[in-house]
Design a protein around this ligand. Structure first.
Ligand code: FAD
Length: 378
């Protein structure tokens, strides 16, 4: 059996030799549309070498990787400045959902193409009036003679313009959790219109997605009708777990920051204290993440919310500290990612996959048993 250290040296060797598609860098959970060619080429290389969908079981095309191997993979790819995969949605969110709720024919059809990177997936959950309050989803799927017809609007769909498929949360029944179902939507189907949203940093990773009388086959339903909430919770739980993997990459960010501040003579006592504090937080986060995988936490478990809050807020604070330390120099960078970008991405991470406020609500109610907040009537 391979040891963690032999896995590391094999991976490091492979990373040092694997040809880098032009323009490739560690773009995080989602590539920009302009990065797609490099991203797809990189994922194909990962797949060919057996490094795609590392934590999936072997029977579904993964490697059944141990916790130590997953941590090493996140660490080494961060140091090599390459992404861990094409994007987060297929490998980290949809794959595990299809393994749990998908029928065998769905697993056969979709899983191998996620491993190979031939299909990129996006997540069609949030709506203009249903973000934190996901149970308020209004997009409706109604039964037709041959399947389903979908009408509605989604927003903040990361990677929606490049994806082949989306995992959709839509209302098939009455109000609340129980009226929701999950579907596979081909993003090139008639009636799917994707409109890119330009962000404050000038990039465009999100989209609005308009669904107008989109016809889906009967077999597009994931799980049973009315099981959409369980599918959504598993998807969000895995998103929170996946974010924890960023912890390993944060060590690199801290090292880069310390080096840049040192070169500019800006490493005073306060800055050193701040860097040390962030390093400690990153270390705790890393062990919490490893523990969550090792314990096989279920998506509803509070450990996912702890991870989500800690990972996103530490990432945000590293960016903030970098901007404070480097001042205007945080706007420029010799490589692809100025620190100011890291700071903005960190703030975004405190929102995606359920905001910090929502995670704290979950912890307060489920873990501490504090009174539930009043429910608004819809
Ligand atoms: C980078 C990024 C990528 C994303 N990618 C996707 C994607 O691919 N697919 C997708 O479906 N969605 C995606 N999202 C959307 C994300 O899930 C939502 O932004 C998030 O759930 C918050 O919803 P909202 O933006 O509608 O804010 P709202 O729900 O309107 O919340 C506004 C503010 O009110 C606070 N708030 C709301 N309810 C409560 C409460 N009960 N108690 C305390 N405070 C509360 C929130 O914390 C927030 O600060 C992404 C978001 C970001 C930032």
């Amino acid at each position: 059996m391979q040891t963690a250290e032999s896995f590391r040296s094999e991976l490091r060797e492979w990373l040092s030799q694997a040809p880098r598609p032009e323009g490739l860098h560690d773009y995080g959970p989602t590539p920009l549309d302009t990065e797609m060619v490099a991203a797809r080429a990189w994922h194909a290389q990962l797949a060919a070498a057996g490094y795609a969908c590392l934590r999936w079981p072997v029977e579904h095309g993964g490697r059944g990787a141990s916790v130590a191997e997953q941590a090493i993979f996140a660490e080494e790819t961060a140091y090599a400045d390459v992404p861990r995969q094409l994007n987060i949605v297929g490998p980290d969110l949809v794959g595990p959902v299809l393994m749990r709720y998908g029928r065998p024919d769905q697993q056969e059809r979709y899983l191998p193409r996620i491993v190979s990177g031939e299909d990129m997936w996006c997540q069609l959950f949030s709506e203009p009036d249903a973000g934190s309050d996901l149970a308020g989803v209004r997009t409706r799927a109604r039964r037709t003679d041959s399947g389903w017809a979908v009408d509605g609007q989604k927003v903040w769909t990361s990677g929606g313009a490049s994806a082949e498929f989306g995992i959709l949360l839509a209302r098939t029944g009455g109000p609340g959790h129980g009226g929701l179902s999950a579907f596979v939507v081909p993003m090139r189907a008639a009636g799917v219109e994707v409109r890119p949203v330009v962000q404050i940093d000038g990039e465009s990773k999100f989209n609005e997605v308009y669904l107008t009388d989109v016809r889906l086959d009967d077999d597009a339903l994931i799980g049973d009708e009315g099981q959409g909430w369980a599918v959504a919770m598993m998807t969000l739980g895995n998103e929170r777990l996946s974010l924890g993997a960023n912890a390993v990459g944060m060590f690199r960010a801290l090292g880069d920051m310390a080096a840049a501040a040192g070169e500019r003579g800006r490493l005073g006592a306060a800055q050193q204290a701040s860097l040390t504090d962030l390093w400690v937080r990153t270390w705790i986060l890393r062990t919490t993440w490893e523990r969550a995988i090792a314990e096989g936490a279920e998506p509803g478990d509070a450990s996912f919310s702890v991870l989500k809050v800690m990972a996103s807020e530490t990432y945000r604070d590293i960016g903030n500290a970098g901007v404070e330390m480097l001042g205007l120099d945080a706007l420029v960078s010799e490589d692809h990612e100025p620190l100011v970008q890291r700071m903005l991405v960190g703030h975004a991470q405190t929102l995606l996959g359920g905001t910090s406020e929502i995670q704290r609500n979950i912890l307060a109610e489920r873990l501490l048993g504090l009174p539930r907040e009043p429910q608004l009537t819809r």
